[in-house]
Structures are given as C-alpha cells and as structure tokens.
Design a protein around this ligand. Structure first.
Ligand code: NDP
Length: 331
C-alpha cells in the first residue's frame, strides 16, 4: 500500500510554539469516491493564523482538533480524478493541509493558470495574503493620492503587497520591518518611500522623520509598541485596517498608550478577516494576477524543503526568520 506524509497537531502550545506540538505521520493514499480528486501538493503555505487555530480559545473560527492534519493552504497537481470538473495534470489551489497529498470533493479547490504566474504565487501575492492586502487597502484604508500610509511587517507576504498597491495609487508608503536587510529590500526592490527598522531602537524618532505630514492610514500587522507609535502620528479622520497582531500571538501583553488619539483625531479602526469577504476575491485576485503576470507586483519567498521542515519553518515565521512569503516545498 502506498503512503504519504502528513503532520498533525499533537498538543496545544503553552506560550511559544515548539516542534513537539506537531507529529509527522504516514497515511495511506486513499481510493477515491465519485466526485473526489486526489492532489499531490507541491507547496504548503505557512501563515500566522495557524498559531491561533492551535489554541482552544474563543476566536473567529473553531480550533484545530488535536490529532487531525494541520490546516493549511496548498497548491499542487491533480493526480487522479473522479470529478468531471478536474482532469489529471490540472494545477490547483486548495486547503489540503500540512500533507504531501490530499483528497478534495472539488468544492474548495480552484484550477489555476500557471502560464504567466508561478504556481507558488497562488499562495502569496495572488492568493490569500495578496487578497488580505488588497482588501485592507481598498476597502478600509481607502487612501487618496498624496496621502501617507504606514504598513508593519512590510517585507512579509501581506505587507509587501499593501505598499506596492499603495504606490500604484500614488500614495506615500512607509514600511516598518525588522532589520536593515529587510528594510533595504522594502525600499529598493518594492519601491516603498521609506522603511523603519524597528529593531534599531529609534522607532518613534524614525517614524516621525519618515512621516513628516503625519499618517493618514495604517495597515496593522504587528500590534504592541509599533502600533502605538503609529497611532500617535495619525492625522484627523485617519483609518486603520487591523489585519494582525503577530507580536501578541503567544499571549504577550499588548498595551496601547495613545488611545486618546482615537478621540482627538476622530480615527476609525476596523478589524477584518479576509475569508469573510469571498465576494470580493475575484475582483482583487484579477488585479493582483495581472500585476504579477506583468512584473508590476514583486514578491519574495522563503522556501523550506520537505514536509518534515514545516514545524521549524512555522516557528521561524512567528519570530520573523522568514523573508517574504513562507512556503514549504513538498516535491
Ligand atoms: P509575514 O510574511 O509578514 O511574516 C510574519 C512577519 O511578522 C515576520 O517576518 C516578522 O517580520 C513579523 N513579526 C513576527 N513577530 C513579530 C514581533 N514580535 N514584532 C514585530 N514583528 C513581528 O506574515 P503574513 O504576511 O502572512 O501575515 C502578516 C500579518 O497579517 C499577520 O499578523 C497575520 O496574522 C495577518 N493576516 C491577517 C489576515 C486577516 O484576514 N485578517 C489574513 C492573513 C494574514 P519582521 O522581521 O519585519 O519583524
């Protein structure tokens, strides 16, 4: 009997995620029922939201069940099909989890065109992270040309797209990222107007220098001190797209001191979950796909090799060891 590898949640983390929270298993390749498709996954996407699913806490979605395959976005190739909508050889994007293979009923599986867009990009700039950037920018921040926006985790999968989409709309884009290498990339490769290295220790002064006209909109990915420093520089009627708070995903305290600015500057803040806005995905993915295919939207990937490397790569992602979209190559 042929088998494939998969990774299940072995235990819930207490504080930081450790490798022992996961277990690598062999699973038999199943035989298909009518309507099903067997996919060989080429890449697994590692995303910060997975940290939330590992926890048994009240959130926007149910927790990951212990002993089940870790949730995850995948791209791959159909290797067997009993579904008339999919043929062997089709390239597909789906949610088949931390596994080398997966079976789908075709409902959450989408065929993708790899003639001008690399398959892996459907997990990044032309996938969920790209859509997250597109949604927060166009639906919540709605910056006008000439305004200033600030994006935290700016070199990452989501942040890198936010700044580039903003630049294409004539907006001043300022990034915040960890370290000089990531900041140089954000400015020189992605075209942001400035990038602040929050690890350099001068966050407040550096932010003031990079935003001489204040901040009109924030795309928040991190939370904590970084978010607080940005709030203090908001202009009247500023908008905040609250996308993520990765600095607090292990339960770290995230105090805000500048809350009064919400009143004095009449700010609005909206948290959002991109999966709740599927109606807008076709519009967003069309723009993102065209920009990637024509080389106007750049992206970078950190690729771990082999499924067994997924836990360490995921732990690294939560500590900023990734540089761009974190993927695991499975074939
Ligand atoms: P990234 O590719 O940006 O990787 C995560 C980055 O976060 C790291 O590289 C690191 O960058 C930064 N980071 C990690 N820990 C800290 C910390 N303690 N303080 C400051 N920065 C930290 O990930 P994504 O682009 O996939 O996700 C970015 C954010 O978007 C996350 O908060 C995620 O949860 C959120 N998200 C929300 C969605 C939604 O629907 N609301 C959907 C998708 C993502 P650096 O080295 O620069 O610090």
């Amino acid at each position: 009997m042929s088998t494939f590898k998969q990774i299940v949640l072995a235990s819930r983390p207490k504080g930081a995620v450790v490798a022992g929270n996961f277990r690598l298993e062999d699973a038999p390749v199943p035989s298909l029922a009518d309507g099903q498709v067997l996919v060989r996954n080429h890449y697994l996407s590692l995303d910060p939201y997975m940290r939330g699913r590992m926890e048994d806490a009240k959130s926007y979605s149910a927790p990951q069940v212990i002993g089940e395959v870790m949730i995850g976005g995948t791209v791959g190739e159909v290797v067997e099909s009993k579904n008339p909508k999919f043929a062997v050889g089709d390239k597909v994007v789906g949610m088949l989890g931390w596994a080398e293979m997966g079976v789908s009923d075709g409902v959450m599986l989408r065929k993708v065109d790899t003639s001008h867009i690399p398959l892996s990009a459907y997990l990044g700039a032309v996938g969920m992270p790209g859509m997250t950037a597109w949604y927060g920018l166009t639906q919540i921040m709605q910056p006008k040309a000439g305004e200033t926006i600030v994006v935290s985790a700016a070199s990452g999968a989501v942040g890198s797209v936010v700044g580039q989409l903003a630049k294409l709309r004539g907006v001043r884009a300022v990034g915040i990222a960890g370290g000089p290498e990531k900041c140089a990339y954000v400015v020189n490769e992605l075209g942001f107007d400035a990038c602040i290295d929050y690890k350099a220790g001068n966050l407040i002064a550096d932010l003031a220098a990079a935003t001489p006209d204040g901040i009109d909109a924030i795309f928040e990915n991190v939370g904590g001190e970084i978010f607080d420093a940005c709030i203090a520089r908001m202009n009247p009627f500023g908008r905040i797209a609250l996308c993520g708070m990765i600095a607090g995903y292990n339960g770290e305290p995230m105090a805000l001191n500048n809350v009064r600015t919400f009143l004095t500057m009449r700010l609005s803040l909206r948290g959002f979950i991109v999966a709740e806005h599927m109606d807008l995905w076709p519009e967003g993915l069309k723009e993102l796909g065209t920009l990637v295919a024509t080389g106007k939207l750049k992206f970078r990937e950190s690729v771990a090799q082999g499924l067994a490397s997924a836990p360490e790569a995921f732990i690294g992602l939560l500590k900023g060891k990734n540089f761009g979209k974190q993927l695991v190559k499975l074939v």
